[in-house]
Write a protein that binds this ligand. Structure first.
Ligand SMILES: O=P(O)(O)OC[C@H]1O[C@H](OP(=O)(O)OP(=O)(O)O)[C@H](O)[C@@H]1O
Ligand SMILES: O=c1cc[nH]c(=O)[nH]1
Length: 457
């Protein structure tokens, strides 16, 4: 195959360039990187693989997506081979440096950046420099033989085979190469019958059986694309702890949310900005948490005389803030729930076992209300356990408690979610761990001191 017909499709998503730059500037990142979701998209020549990848990419504008084309891993041809390029089978598995692709995938899985070859389709050789790729939320590997090697398959979270009638594929190939790119039509047909068709039957088609999803009709199959996108969204939203505890709800990490986290976690952020961006994030957490309240159906008549089939949420609510940091969440709750009663709990003490309940002021009828417990940081879980235990002691059914929180450490999640499996924990991010002083890492420091400007600086 004359490779000049192919586009270099590595890194189609503009977002990734930013990702590369941002991450290469970051140092001393202590959190365990989240594993990227790997998708393999295989199928014969001109089957519609690229349009499937682009459609998936378009649905995830709010996530880091990288598209990597298997063609980037073509071996360079030596000068002798270049002379006889028409004799070369670019559709054979041996044409690809699968070992390099595999090691790149393994590094990306471990959260490491890699350099992908920059294959020059005119010279049939790798060009320098290569292309740096950082781990992303979703990495799509596209290529005719992406499902061929079992080791590559084992690394893929989702395997897709794009299926298209062979006459349609040949017609598209002629259109693409001979009509659009001016190649000699006889050469296109010779190459097709000599290499492309045979390799498809011998190597590409047999990989269809490994696919989780077979898409007939390629990128035009909107139903299939929608189902794939829904499945990926569900998987992406799931931290490993969510698989253990069904009572954790982590907000989907859109760029907006990541941007707010970036600001409030940055040690250089001013007090004013810390409050501004914490407030924005808190408002989102509160809105998200309210979505977990029970509702009943309600039909209303609109000014056009039509009936709107809607819902109304349970109105017997109250908030309970854990003094002091939890008080930062009260305004957002008041803004969302007009006239809501808010109780307070003060828990004091340091470390793992010194937390004591000092003060409480709760609505008298709290036992008959749904309670939104407010505390932006869940670290060891000692404060939360004290607060939830008090609510339960006051007669609040555990299932009526929704704990709203900005960042949660795994240690606190285990402590709270194991002990109170019916309570719901809504958080915007799960952090990596705790340090020796029981501070969340990477964390955001002392939330209360930064929010209420009581730190030393
Ligand atoms: O999970 P834990 O290990 O119990 O830690 C979490 C607690 O720490 C923070 O409060 P802090 O004690 O810093 O007090 P403050 O809100 O008055 O600043 C936070 O608001 C929680 O209440
Ligand atoms: O890291 C932590 C832990 C507890 N409370 C905070 O405000 N930050």
């Amino acid at each position: 195959m004359n490779n000049s017909e192919k586009d270099v499709t590595l890194l189609l998503n503009q977002n990734i360039k930013d990702n590369v730059l941002l991450q290469s500037n970051a140092s001393n990142v202590t959190s365990t990187p989240k594993q990227p979701f790997f998708i393999g998209v295989a199928g014969g020549t001109a089957s519609g693989k690229t349009s499937v990848c682009n459609k998936i990419n378009n649905h995830f504008r709010d996530q880091h997506v990288v598209l990597i084309n298997q063609d980037s891993f073509y071996y360079s041809l030596n000068d002798n081979m270049v002379q006889k390029v028409h004799e070369y089978n670019f559709d054979h598995p041996d044409a690809f440096d699968t070992e390099l692709m595999l090691s790149s995938m393994e590094k990306l899985k471990l959260g490491q950046a890699v350099t992908i070859p920059n294959y020059d389709f005119n010279r049939h050789k790798r060009a320098e420099p290569g292309c740096k790729v950082n781990p992303a939320d979703i990495i799509v590997f596209e290529g005719i033989l992406v499902l061929h090697d079992s080791r590559v398959r084992d690394l893929l979270n989702m395997k897709i085979f794009v299926d298209e009638d062979s006459d349609v594929r040949l017609a598209r190939r002629i259109q693409r190469l001979a009509i659009e790119r001016g190649r000699n039509i006889q050469n296109v047909l010779d190459q097709y019958s000599r290499f492309v068709k045979l390799s498809f039957e011998e190597f590409v088609l047999p990989t269809k059986k490994y696919a989780d999803i077979i898409i007939p009709g390629g990128g035009d199959n909107e139903v299939a694309i929608d189902l794939i996108v829904q499945n990926i969204r569900m998987k992406l939203g799931q931290h490993d702890l969510c698989k253990i505890y069904p009572n954790i709800f982590v907000m989907l990490a859109t760029f907006q949310i990541k941007g707010m986290h970036t600001l409030i976690r940055d040690v250089r952020t001013t007090k004013h900005d810390f409050v501004f961006y914490s407030d924005r994030l808190i408002r989102l957490v509160v809105e998200h948490g309210l979505g977990h309240l029970p509702f009943t159906e309600k039909q209303v008549k609109t000014p056009t005389g039509c009936v709107y089939p809607g819902v109304i949420f349970c109105s017997r609510l109250c908030g309970v803030s854990v003094i002091r940091s939890g008080e930062s969440m009260e305004n957002a709750l008041r803004a969302c729930c007009k006239g809501i009663k808010i109780g307070k709990i003060l828990i004091h003490g340091q470390g793992t076992n010194g937390r004591q309940l000092i003060y409480e002021k709760l609505p008298k009828d709290i036992a008959s209300r749904h309670v939104l417990l407010l505390d932006p940081v869940l670290a060891t879980g000692n404060s939360a356990v004290k607060a939830i235990s008090l609510l339960v002691k006051k007669g609040v059914p555990e299932s009526n408690i929704i704990f709203l929180n900005l960042i949660a450490a795994p240690q606190g999640i285990h402590e709270v979610c194991k002990r109170f499996p019916m309570m719901k924990l809504v958080t915007s991010e799960i952090d990596a761990s705790l340090n020796e002083n029981s501070r969340v890492i990477p964390g955001l420091g002392e939330f209360g001191d930064r929010y209420f400007a009581t730190d030393d600086d």
